[in-house]
Design a protein around this ligand. Structure first.
Ligand SMILES: [Zn+2]
Length: 419
């Protein structure tokens, strides 16, 4: 538990950037000085806590030091407890068009300090950070958020890469006993998420050569060792589908990003996919060229993946294959606004988009249990690939700024395909 606490406060150190940015913006406000003081205080507490940990490792007698540091932390907590400063900070954050994953984690950490781990908004901040963080460039943020959520008793599996070395043995023991939550909801919506412009990726991966799919397993073991990986070559025999899917997508302000791996549209809340009548929130959709899925060994020109998550954190991807034919008006709007090179999310003024514009009329599907198709290739993702395809012109395919961004089909390993 101590270790978890320390890891959470690693995340707290990320607050600093956010808070200082906010202070510049809000320079006139009277409580700035107070906030500065508190931030510095919490930062130094974090540092002290971390150094305390080293001491504890070296000498068990130093436990009393840690106790003292914990008391200091409690003092910071008490100082922030009124919630006024936090409210101000949140209001400032909300005014921004989009929050970075770091700021959300910082906000979550501040909330953790003031409101505790059971506060829904605390949990939401960490969850949101997970959703918008790109694995490659945001590993630290993702780990911080996962660890914080796990500490708050949320059903989140902390990825192996995030578990501090010392705790891994303990974790392995737990799994042997079979008591751990083998939650399928490991990393929400991290499939092709936005990387910050100009920022160096901590981990590189791509679709060709030394960074290509056959090397992903070097850094992300599940990509190589997983037994339920996506995409699949979809071929019979099929099992009968036991339920239906019904998209209920709504128009909203277009938010579109070129994250270096794909073009992705981040969807404002309110669009849902009902699977067997149960709602899954649409988080984002993105494209692959050619389609990752194959039907009887053949890919389509492209595919759009709609990524959804339910309240329990389960991921579901709805795939719509795009075949060469007439012009697709929805794609026309998207391509007209999509950045050609990697960069930040853009929100073109007054451009609304309804994801339903990319759907066919019929929702019959093939379905199977799969994984994210990008590192870390996390499993427990349900795929629904619609049988009906939609048109896109050859020119529109060629305008897509990625020549090839499709993972090859993976071994089926006895998985049933409904269809
Ligand atoms: Zn995808």
């Amino acid at each position: 538990m101590k270790r978890i606490l320390l890891e959470v406060f690693l995340a707290a150190s990320l607050i600093a950037a956010g808070v200082f940015g906010w202070m510049n913006w809000n320079a006139g406000k009277a409580n700035v000085a107070k906030l500065t003081e508190l931030t510095a205080e919490s930062e130094s507490s974090v540092k002290k806590l971390l150094s305390a940990e080293t001491e504890v490792k070296a000498n068990a007698e130093e436990l009393s030091t840690l106790k003292l540091k914990t008391q200091e932390l409690d003092a910071v907590k008490a100082a922030l407890a009124s919630g006024e400063t936090l409210k101000d900070l949140e209001a400032a954050y909300k005014k921004e068009k989009s929050l970075s994953a770091e700021r959300l984690v910082g906000l979550g950490a501040l909330r953790l300090l003031t409101k505790g781990s059971q506060d829904p908004a605390t949990i939401e901040a960490f969850r949101k950070a997970l959703v918008i963080a790109d694995w490659g460039s945001r590993k630290k943020v993702i780990c911080a958020a996962q660890i914080a959520l796990a500490a708050a008793g949320e059903k989140v599996e902390v990825l192996g890469d995030c578990i501090p070395q010392a705790d891994k043995a303990e974790q392995a023991d737990k799994e042997k006993v079979g008591g751990s939550d083998k939650a399928a909801n490991v990393d929400k919506g991290k499939d092709e998420h936005g990387a910050k412009p100009g920022e160096k990726h901590a981990v590189h991966w791509g679709y060709e050569g030394a960074m290509g799919p056959d090397r992903w397993g070097d850094e992300f073991p599940t990509c190589a060792k997983g037994k339920s990986q996506s995409p699949l070559n979809i071929k019979g025999p099929f099992e009968k589908a036991q339920f239906g899917v019904a998209p209920d997508y709504k128009p909203g302000q277009l938010k579109i990003i070129n994250n270096g791996h794909t073009i992705q549209v981040n969807v404002p809340p309110g669009s849902k996919l009902r699977i067997d009548s149960k709602p899954f929130e649409l988080l984002q959709f993105h494209f692959h060229r050619p389609s990752e899925e194959q039907i009887d060994g053949k890919p389509a020109a492209m595919v759009v993946h709609f990524v959804h998550k339910n309240e329990a954190g389960r991921l579901a991807v709805l795939g719509v294959l795009l075949k060469e034919g007439n012009e697709n008006p929805g794609i026309k709007t998207l391509w007209a606004n999509a950045p050609l090179t990697e960069g930040p999310e853009v929100e073109p003024d007054g451009v609304m988009f309804n994801p339903a514009n990319l759907l066919p009329r019929e929702y019959e599907f093939y379905s199977y249990e799969g994984s994210l198709t990008t590192p870390p290739c996390t499993e427990g993702v349900r795929f629904f690939i619609l049988k009906a395809q939609v048109n896109i012109t050859k020119e529109q395919v060629e305008q897509f700024p990625f020549k090839k961004n499709a993972r090859p089909v993976q071994a089926q390993n006895g998985r049933a395909i409904a269809g």
